[in-house]
Design a protein around this ligand. Structure first.
Ligand code: NAP
Length: 253
């Protein structure tokens, strides 16, 4: 991968911790200016800014709940104001809603999961397309959605609601890729398998990734930097003929 022009701007939703933070770290090292979106983890965002902002021009943090339309509009306006038009959007923010069989799932869990994972991704795509599309005066760009292999396995017994939200994200990827292919925008997704982040502890099972990954072909969980590598490749011009792809990064699962 070659270093992008310094002017390239990447927005990473949920970028202050977990997989998002390693996407931010790799993007900054590769030469992007990075907008770190966070919803609740202000301290983590501050820490990441301190880590990256050696010359004060590499990274900028914006608080925004991606499911809130005015906040998303504000996030993209601030990105434009601080660094210029967005070149890459990484829709990484996500929640599982916790464990629940379908027979027990609450409307609240469904709303929280769909609002963040589906509506949030849609709203961010909308704002990104408005800045990137050559049809609207932009210079093109790339969108990378962080989906999950759960969309293909279904999450039975644990979180069908979460898996279904990632299925919607896969369809968003396929449809939007075709919709904006002639407008200079590529849209792809990475579908991680088990990655050892706080996501599993938040759902109530801290050892979940290690335990379940032991049964996968590679026999181990993935790491956040391994997912970040795929995201950065999909964002880069090295993937210039790749759009509408959903790349599994799941150790063979
Ligand atoms: P994580 O450690 O729990 O981090 C989740 C991130 O999403 C946090 O940065 C959080 O920000 C952000 N977020 C949640 N709700 C938000 C909202 N409404 N608005 C803005 N940001 C919000 O999880 P992770 O493992 O890094 O997951 C990152 C992505 O990878 C998710 O989309 C997840 O579904 C996907 N994934 C993970 C795995 C895995 O095994 N870990 C596997 C497949 C796919 P705040 O802390 O600021 O709220």
């Amino acid at each position: 991968m070659h270093a992008p022009d310094r002017r390239k701007v990447m927005v990473v939703t949920g970028g202050s911790r977990g997989i998002g933070a390693d996407i931010v770290r790799l993007a900054a090292r590769t030469g992007y200016k990075v907008v770190i979106n966070y919803a609740n983890s202000a301290t983590a965002a501050e820490g990441l800014l301190d880590e990256l902002n050696t010359d004060k021009t590499v990274a900028h943090a914006v608080k925004c709940d991606v499911s809130d339309e005015p906040s998303v509009v504000g996030l993209f306006a601030e990105a434009m104001e601080v660094f210029g038009p967005v070149s890459v959007l990484v829709n990484n923010a996500g929640v599982t809603g916790g464990f629940s069989r379908v027979s027990d799932v609450s409307a609240r869990t469904l709303a929280e999961t769909m609002n963040t994972n589906v509506i949030g991704a849609f709203l961010c795509c909308r704002e990104a397309v408005r800045q990137m599309s050559t049809r609207m005066g932009g210079v093109g760009g790339a969108i990378v959605n962080v989906s999950s292999r759960a969309s293909q396995y279904g999450g039975a017994g644990e979180w069908v609601h979460y898996a279904a939200s990632k299925g919607a994200m896969d369809t968003l990827t396929l449809g939007l890729a075709r919709e904006v292919a002639a407008e200079g925008i590529r849209v792809n997704a990475v579908a991680p398998g088990f990655v050892d982040t706080e996501l599993h502890a938040h759902a109530g099972d801290p050892d979940r990734a290690n335990r379940l990954a032991a049964q996968t072909p590679m026999g181990r969980p993935g790491t956040s930097p391994e997912i970040a590598n795929v995201v950065l490749w999909l964002a880069d011009d090295a993937a210039s003929y790749v759009t509408g792809a959903i790349v599994a990064a799941a150790g063979g699962r």
